[in-house]
Ligand binder design. Structure first.
Ligand SMILES: Cc1ncc(COP(=O)(O)O)c(C=O)c1O
Length: 411
């Protein structure tokens, strides 16, 4: 019988990795406290969390929302992005990075990622700028910071707004400063898979008081700062976080820094072990001393150098060995049916919007590094990285085992 678990052999591990989400008496007490106080609505806990999270991420202001998606929408609205504007986004990301742009009636322009970081490639960004470009949304993918210096230079040269999509990057720093308010604004998600969570939730960070006030108003029914509750100044929505969510997040924030350290230590063990296996390529390594959230641990799988075993088969075999790896995004975001929609008449803004005056045809977009990443990446989720050093060694052992038995895995 083969030694491979996929062929009936004993798996490398049967023990589960740490469960997610994590909670303890802190969340239990905090939830009961809010419940019993009967103060359930957008109050002290929300304010406390906004201040503490903003300060943790080196930002002056924090404005909570219902999700990372609504945080992006509010930030774009506050930045004045609207009909006829182009916004540069990467194609290797969750749908919201681009769909939020459509929601405010603007046009997402997909620009390729750098092969070694999976983040927006500044050279490609430069080439994509037109007279309609108004903003850039760099994603700090998997928690690796985007090239904020280069993107900042481009933004200054062309008078563009930078909104960081930091929905993978709680605790990540860039050259000694945490991400989120390095650009004009930054948004974070607290959805249940995220490294800190209240099931759903989001926040916008900024150092700019005027933008902070606009975000507050747009996320709270267009109300004015220190104005009566029935006075509405802007076309806002109700994107308010509850006191229950903020109470949970205050507990999650207390654990975050230690968890960031743990994940970084795990990533180092994985880098050391996986980096030595033929057919596995690591992404760009962190300069020493940098903090990175590791929402995902990603590596590149090159079938031709792994005995010709397809990535799907590799992942299936890895799963059978007890390692919860996945292929991640199956194709770049622009190939989603959402972006193929057309011909819905002149009323269909933004893609057929008369303000735009141009045609955007996403079927013609091809970002080769993003395409390649979708074919080659393997992801491990953040909770796996909360395991012990031995747990990480199991992952390395499992990949090594597949490499040694690659001949048995060929389709
Ligand atoms: C990169 C990125 N941006 C935005 C979002 C949207 O966050 P939410 O799910 O809280 O709306 C996500 C969530 O998965 C994300 O991964």
């Amino acid at each position: 019988m083969s030694e491979l678990a996929i062929k009936g052999g004993p798996p490398v591990r049967t023990k589960p990795f740490p469960e997610w989400p994590i909670y303890d008496e802190c969340e239990e007490r905090a939830l009961l406290e809010v419940l019993r106080s009967r103060k359930w609505w957008y109050g002290e806990k929300v304010r406390e969390f906004e201040e503490k999270f903003a300060s943790y991420q080196d930002a002056r202001f924090g404005i909570t929302t219902t999700s990372g998606t609504t945080a992006l929408q509010v930030a774009l609205t506050a930045a004045g992005i609207g009909a006829g504007d182009e916004v540069i986004v990467p194609p290797y990301t969750f749908v919201a990075t681009a769909s939020a742009v459509l929601t405010v009636n603007a046009i997402p322009v997909f620009v390729d990622i750098d092969r070694d970081t999976l983040n927006l490639d500044p050279d490609a960004v430069r080439k994509a700028i037109t007279d309609k470009t108004k903003a850039i949304i760099p994603v700090h993918f998997a928690g690796y910071p985007a090239d904020m210096d280069e993107l900042g230079d481009i933004a200054r040269e062309h008078d563009l707004v930078v909104i960081e999509d930091a929905c993978h990057a709680w605790g990540t720093d860039y050259k000694g400063r945490k991400v989120g308010a390095i650009g004009d604004m930054g948004v974070f998600s607290f959805q249940v898979s995220k490294n800190m969570t209240s099931s759903e939730g989001g926040i916008i960070l900024t150092d700019d008081e005027e933008l902070a006030d606009l975000c507050r108003s747009y996320s709270n029914c267009g109300r004015g700062k220190d104005k009566p509750w029935y006075e509405h100044y802007l076309l806002g929505g109700n994107y308010r976080m509850t006191e229950f969510q903020a109470a949970i997040l205050l507990c999650q924030l207390r654990r975050l820094d230690d968890q960031v350290t743990r994940r970084m230590e795990s990533a180092r063990v994985l880098d050391d072990g996986l980096g030595k296996i033929e057919g596995i390529e690591l992404l760009q390594q962190e300069p020493k001393g940098k903090r990175r959230s590791y929402h995902l641990y990603c590596f590149r799988y090159v079938p031709e150098r792994f005995g010709g075993v397809s990535r799907d088969k590799f992942i299936e075999a890895l799963n059978a060995e007890g390692i919860p790896a996945s292929p991640g995004y199956p194709f770049p975001l622009y190939r989603n049916p959402l972006f193929g929609r057309k011909g819905e008449g002149p009323k269909y803004c933004p893609l057929s919007c008369p303000y735009y005056g141009k045609e955007m045809d996403y079927t013609k977009v091809c970002c080769s590094n993003a395409e390649q990443a979708c074919r080659e990446m393997v992801w491990l989720p953040q909770n796996v990285l909360l395991g012990t050093e031995e747990d990480m060694e199991d992952i390395v052992r499992a990949v090594r085992k597949l490499r040694e038995h690659a001949g048995e895995l060929k389709d």
